[in-house]
Design a protein around this ligand. Sequence first.
Ligand code: ATP
Ligand code: MG
Length: 648
Amino acid sequence: MSAAQAPQAVPAGGKGPEDGLAAFHRRSIEDREGFWAEQAALIDWHVPFERVLDDSRLPFTRWFVGGQTNLCHNAVDRHLAALGDRPALIWESTEVGQSRTLSFRELHREINRMAAVMRSFGVGRGDRVLVYMPMIAEAVVAMLACARIGAIHSVVFGGFASQSLASRIDDAQPRLIVSADAGSRNGKVIPYKPLLDEALELARHSPNAVLLVDRGLAPMIRVDRRDHDWAVQREKHLDAEVPITWLESNEVSYTLYTSGTTGKPKGVQRDVGGYAVALAASMKHIFCGNPGETYFSSSDIGWVVGHSYIVYGPLIAGMATIVYEGTPLRPDPGILWELVARHRVTVMFSAPTAIRVLKKQDPSWLKRHDISSLRALFLAGEPLDEPTARWIAEGLGCPVIDNYWQTETGWPILTLAHGIERTPTRYGSPGMPMYGYDVRLLHEQTGEEVGPGEKGVVAIVPPLPPGCMQTVWRDDERFLNTYFASIPGRQVYSTFDWGMRDGDGYWFILGRTDDVINVAGHRLGTREIEESLSSHAAVAECAVVGVADALKGQVAVAFAVLKDPSRIATDADRLALEGELMATVDRQLGAVARPSRVHFVTILPKTRSGKVLRRAIQALCERRDAGDLTTMEDAAALEQVRAALAGG
Ligand code: ATP
Ligand code: MG
């Protein structure tokens, strides 16, 4: 039997060859307590837990009950003895042309200072601190200082407009907000303070204090008694030593919003002990990072990847982590690899969207730096199409590992675990179920399991493993009603993604459950059509949506970005290419999948985290309101969609 069939019931009398990952996975499900007790030894516990798992109130789950630990201790303090002088945080900004390296000891000092300042503003255990920051070292210091004193951080992606920020302020009700004068993107200063001031006008809730890092990028107006400068406050606490606040494993470490790709973002609430153990285990089994090495994730602390794999995961593993303020293209398209070379990065994490951006550039950029230190590149966030995966894997000459997960889960659901077994990559597939996740593919209507080659909803049978969300912040009802009530007849966690499993046990993500197109009774994943279009050499990236059609129910409509827009200089060129692309889909998937139109644009509407906003495109195609766009990156992209549609 193949590896990923492991989560299925073992066939009657099934003994099958027990390869590494399958056996590891099976044990994690069949002996959850034994399995996770072993993983729990990867972190420090101040007081040992009494019970590994409390599943008496499913789907609410409590891990490592009674145990006391702390994320900051595990990320920083416990490494001081062995790694004190080794780099812990490497800040690189190509935006302002600065860099800075803090050793574990220096990071520890800064965290103590920040923790002391927070306490001086009355922040204590269980209080919320909202972090609205650019990618600078102080942002990570603020998160870890919260962890140290048991405060709950709520990081809001820097540069979100004031309305998005205001609604998060009202939800989190922070005692303190930590922010900065400005961030910078593509060389352009983005003042944060005016956005924060506006948000605080809009919000019902007011914090006790606002702590501001003044980078000298933009003028700041301070509100008397409310606003304080970090530099001034830090001076007052230079020698501060703030003891760790030990937390029961199930206390709250942070809240974080989902990306808002499909609607109103959900406030994900996470614990302390389960999260620390899950990250430590993933660093060992999946990312294979070792103490003293350097990890580089090009994400942002405003997203879950930033929480798990810029801040906590690498540091818990004793690795240095790179905090990068910049884009993949500036000063040139080799910058990511230049950073890999400069810091001898061994493990890297990025997103398919970043790789697709690079794919539009000269491929020789992949070859100009010595990246021999790099053991693997992990990509997550959206489907990794096969051509992109192949392009980057061949260009870099190291394994490229797709991993599928969600803000809700905190760490990969599907991927490969090279620390357990070197399962070969299959392009287009994010791999196999990870240990701890009892993942199933279920029929949307009947809730029955579907077999290999059939599409189903990717669902997880509770208990969710350590590291996954505890609930929706202050809204248990929403947690139950959103995630556990969509599949008839069974209380399972729905990912709201379609998946499929092949005969060898590799899984595939076919798109979101919202993104399925029903053409004359045929159900098609938008992703399949997108992959087909992307296989055409002219296409850099594309988005396909289902649009209501009187005759067929729905038709597919495509929006494509070309590698070289001059290919469609004339109308005749445009028509010819549209025809070619339709023919490509015809050939690969059949005429039923053929988009009724392929529109050409130079940019697709995306969330700030780089995900295509299909629901907004679809709404425009159907002449509806585009909906909640607060997380959108660039409004001009929607204008292009509008213009393309108007152009006929
Ligand atoms: P919201 O839930 O608010 O609509 P979101 O789902 O985009 O936003 P995230 O938690 O950031 O918020 O994204 C998780 C989703 O991203 C997954 O459910 C899946 O649709 C997609 N995704 C993540 N990684 C992959 C991957 N490797 N392959 C395919 N899809 C992926
Ligand atoms: Mg989601």
